[in-house]
Design a protein around this ligand. Sequence first.
Ligand code: 5AD
Ligand code: SF4
Length: 619
Amino acid sequence: MSGLKCAIYRYGLTINRHAYCQLGTDYRRVFGCVNNHNLSKYNLQIYRTKHENASITPKLIDDREINSITQNGKPFRTFPNLSEGPDLKDFIKSDVTVDSTETEPVPYLKATCGNDRKVYFSVYGCQMNVSDTEIIWSILKKTGYQKTDTMTEADVILLVTCAIRDAAEQKIWHKLVHLKHYKKWRSLRSDKPPLKVGLLGCMAERLKHKLLETDKIVDVVAGPDSYKDLPRLLSLTEDNQTAINVILSYDETYADVTPVRINQDSVTAFVSIMRGCDNMCTYCIVPFTRGRERSRPIASILDEVSHLSDQGVKEVTLLGQNVNSYRDLSESKFATADKSDPKLAAGFKTVYKPKIGGLRFSDLLDKVSQINPEMRIRFTSPHPKDFPDEVLQLIAERPNICRNIHLPAQSGNSTVLERMRRGYTREAYISLVEHIREIIPDISLSSDFICGFCGETEEEFADTISLMQMVKYNMAYLFAYSMREKTTAHRRHEDNVDPKVKQDRLRRMITIYRTEVQKLNEAMIGRQYLVLVEKKSRKSEFNMQGRTSGNIKVIFPRGSIQDNRCTTKSRNIEAGDYVVVQIINANSQVLKGIPLYHSSITQYALSTGNHYERMAYNL
Ligand code: 5AD
Ligand code: SF4
């Protein structure tokens, strides 16, 4: 297909019949295959290249039809014997981009296997990217790649990227400059195959082909829904081609891929329960880079969590952009489970039609938390606009569901929240916080805030500061607004807050947050907490670090402590243990303590004598 890039976008069926593309009066075999019974399932897209100006009528024809086509009364046959016809590579110049969503093994490609090539991951951005990297690694491992933690050993470097703010993308551009030099240096070494660089994730989805145009550093571009296609995309690079797949899906949840953990020694793990987001907050690029919201079937989540529990993982964080709109409609029996229209609390609204039926987030949380009562469960992030009471009740009742809720406020001013299209007012958010604290008095809260959003005045910003002072967050992620193309804000609003003012407001938010969290942490001095031991402290090998159920970091000395509260026997503290720690010091970032004795979630819940005895484990 000289001068043309062809892509057959297919949805579903598996067949192995060749596709032809009619180009004016000529027919050419193109990349992919066709199901004769279901041609309507395919969209053939022909992209015109810079050099190709003739008008072309694309038409998809299969190899039965090609033999019946006549021209001037004679059979038109591009290739008398199709099996002897040219190969894909005969149509593709070595320097063109192949753009396809084909995910089946492709017989005429050299090999989609990794041949033990070593892959190095560089992961940026949110926890979702960490979870995605484990999916990517699982896919590549199955196709014969090896993983290396040393960049200089790698044959393939994959950057799993973030696009949420310009600063996140700038980091990746800097990395690409570094990789450009490294790639050149490496190409001079004859004993190694040429290094390939893949740019994956949100930035790939946002910038698409533009990434291939930059100095030939990037060989593969793959969006968040095309990771199953990576083995094929990478195999194309062996012939010095570049390859891209940035098609977003309505239903890809990677439910059939068992992620392989990148850090096998960690006692904590992330499990993705849904992908995409339908909220369309006006500032946010995520709905454009990660696509429509879809939930992963509950059975596949439960399988993964059970598997992690068997591997000794002690804490699982359920991940999604908006976990409380989780709905598993995958099985017909679930579709009838709850037909009631989810009612939003007063003061909350949503831009999309609430999902009806199926199993909800509270059903998932209920089931996940019963897999192993000694495994902690966290989740992030819920959206304040549809926070169900059932979830709060579960947190209150189950000692292994952690007592921390991430409740992203974004702003404390109702007019700004309206411009952000968050679906709630300041008052509704405050009522929700009060309601949560009535049901779970010792809950710790965390949040995200953006300052300097389009048109934010000094008075409006003051409301954000006052909300932070009023609610008192145990953790806050604070950002200066960064305008993103494609978002509603980009189309409708003006990014008119001076960058210096944004930075000044950011500093003020940080100061207020630190002052408030220091007070909260100091109030914990003298109390005892059950801490999950995570690893050795980064700063001192004589200390260990862990977290409370409220997700507050605790540092304490290593060593041997009582095996339980009522024994003189002692044993060493290891990662994965639950220990009771007495807090003796605190600053705005960490608590410091003395480890007292080993315990467990269930023992500790019983010994603290609170309402935990009523919970479902029949203790
Ligand atoms: N600029 C600054 N911060 C943003 N966030 C999302 N989009 C932007 C943006 N354009 C923040 C929000 C969100 C968090 C993940 O990132 O606070 O909750
Ligand atoms: Fe972005 Fe809003 Fe979706 Fe969060 S809920 S990912 S901020 S659009």
